[in-house]
Design a protein around this ligand. Structure first.
Ligand SMILES: [Zn+2]
Length: 277
């Protein structure tokens, strides 16, 4: 699995959107590299296929980290089929739901603070989404390089900005265009859920969060609505950017995105921490 030119970590979003979310994070290089999946929202068959397409043997995956358990983040095809060697990393607040929905076959010690692995420390932060919230993550590789990963967040808080401030690479959702959402034939209750502060971020809210977080090298836009967004609309808020931009898709993986310490100066956003809820 050695890929020359990549740093201590690399990310590939296998697919993202309301039809299924799954990303692969590789930590380290060579045969002892660790593979962590973020969410399991694709069917087992498709997960194996997309991993194979990017050169990763499914048997190499040791851990799965969950943002939350909505069906586009945990595919029911995994119930009863999760291989024994895969440890599920689940936030303490999602344990009850996980038990009720029978998705915790291989759960490790649940977390509500930093997860320290050999080569990376993962800092979780709960963001507003429906009743239980979703979890955003800041990955800090021992060898340098930081990744922020945030999807399914209803709104942006100062604490969230501080949590992901100045990461080298930021993957963040850019779910909908407000005009398309308003004009869609979706039921009002769904529009309210999406736009009401406990659903998803619009393109504008996402671009504003990116501006405040000030990522240094690369931004990956996640979870674009197929009905109420387009890649061009999502990209529009990033005109004149200093970072690279990748837009994830529902139907195929992104290229590998290297995560290494940036040479760009660190701009620390000046935001006051505010509590949410
Ligand atoms: Zn989702």
């Amino acid at each position: 699995m050695t890929t020359p030119g990549f740093g201590p970590m690399r990310l590939c979003v296998l697919a993202s959107g309301s039809s299924g979310n799954c990303s692969a994070l590789v930590i380290g290089e060579g045969d002892d590299a660790e593979v962590v999946l973020i969410d399991l929202g694709l069917s087992p068959r498709r997960t194996r296929k997309e991993l194979g397409a990017i050169g990763i043997d499914f048997a190499r995956v040791r851990r799965v980290l969950f943002t939350h358990f909505d069906s586009d983040h945990f595919h029911t095809g995994w119930i009863g089929t999760l291989p024994r060697h895969m440890t599920q990393l689940v936030h303490r607040r999602h344990l009850g739901r996980g038990e009720r929905e029978n998705v915790l076959a291989n759960v490790s010690e649940p977390y509500d603070g930093p997860i320290v692995l050999d080569r990376v420390t993962i800092h979780p932060h709960v963001v507003p989404h429906d009743e239980l919230g979703s979890v955003s993550f800041r990955f800090e590789a021992a060898g340098g390089g930081t990744l922020g990963f945030a999807t399914d967040l209803g709104r942006v808080t100062g604490e969230f900005i501080n949590h992901l401030a100045a990461v080298d690479v930021l993957a963040i959702e850019s779910n909908y265009c407000p005009r398309m959402e308003q004009e869609s034939n979706r039921p009002d209750i769904l529009k309210k859920r999406v736009m009401g502060g406990k659903g998803h971020l619009s393109n504008q809210q996402s671009a504003e969060a990116v501006r405040r977080i000030a990522p240094r090298e690369h931004v990956v836009l996640l979870h674009l609505s197929r009905q109420c967004n387009t890649p061009d609309l999502a990209a529009a808020g990033h005109a004149g950017r200093a970072y690279q931009l990748t837009i994830s898709r529902h139907d195929r993986p992104t290229p590998w995105i290297p995560i290494a310490p940036s040479c760009q100066p660190r701009v620390v956003p000046r935001v006051a921490a505010t509590l949410f809820d």
